[in-house]
Design a protein around this ligand. Structure first.
Ligand SMILES: [Zn+2]
Length: 219
């Protein structure tokens, strides 16, 4: 039974047809083992790939992203020295000072786009991927998968990061800037989020959820 969790695509019971995007010939899909690719019989192009340990990779990137997000919240983003006045600012510090200085809209959008949405997306991914590693699903896997897919376009840590970089470049002229652990955590978070989201095919994730669910049901 265990090897079934590594075979993909499509469900064991379902016949699935696929057309080659290169030569338009039609194929009946077979289950392929992890690390293998299915090729077109006519032209030899890759039809689809069962990426090696995609679940484990998505899970590992997800856990790393989670830790980096926590680190980004706890440690200073930048420290600066303006004519001998030393100060440092963290992501939560920036949000609260924006809020108190009247920049309510920016404070809220920063909290939403940098903290709340990435946190929710990572949690959804881990909630799905970790039990799937042993071929299981936890309750509400399907609605959580829907949520995960809907959140994806809204996770824009890189937009915030670029904005911060541009303001930093301006500040460098005025003050001595030290990039803090929080800064590097956000930089790493950007890459880990991309790795976690890009590491696993959405169709594959859906199929694995369906498969795990169909096993849980008594026959
Ligand atoms: Zn072909």
């Amino acid at each position: 039974m265990s090897h079934h969790t590594h075979t993909w695509p499509r469900l064991e019971t379902r016949v699935h047809r696929i057309a080659c995007h290169f030569c338009d010939s039609h194929h009946l899909v077979d289950l392929i083992e992890e690390g293998q690719a299915a090729h077109c019989r006519q032209c030899g192009q890759v039809l689809y790939r069962n990426r090696k340990s995609s679940l484990a990779k998505a899970g590992a990137f997800g856990i790393t992203a989670f830790c980096l997000l926590l680190t980004a919240l706890l440690f200073p983003f930048i420290s600066m020295d303006v004519f001998g006045n030393k100060s440092s600012i963290s992501v939560p510090g920036a949000i609260t000072s924006l809020w108190t200085s009247g920049g309510t809209f920016i404070a809220v959008s920063m909290a939403v786009f940098v903290v709340i949405l990435p946190f929710t997306m990572i949690s959804c991914l881990l909630y799905l991927c970790i039990p799937l590693l042993i071929g299981r699903t936890l309750p509400f896997a399907s609605p959580i998968m829907c949520g995960f897919q809907m959140l994806q376009p809204w996770v824009m840590v890189e937009v915030f990061f670029l904005g911060a970089m541009i303001s930093l470049l301006k500040l460098v002229k005025l003050a001595e800037i030290d990039l803090g652990i929080g800064f590097w955590s956000i930089a790493g978070l950007m890459f880990c989020l991309a790795g976690a989201v890009g590491g696993i095919d959405k169709v594959e994730l859906w199929d694995r959820i369906e498969l795990a669910k169909s096993r849980r049901r008594p026959a």
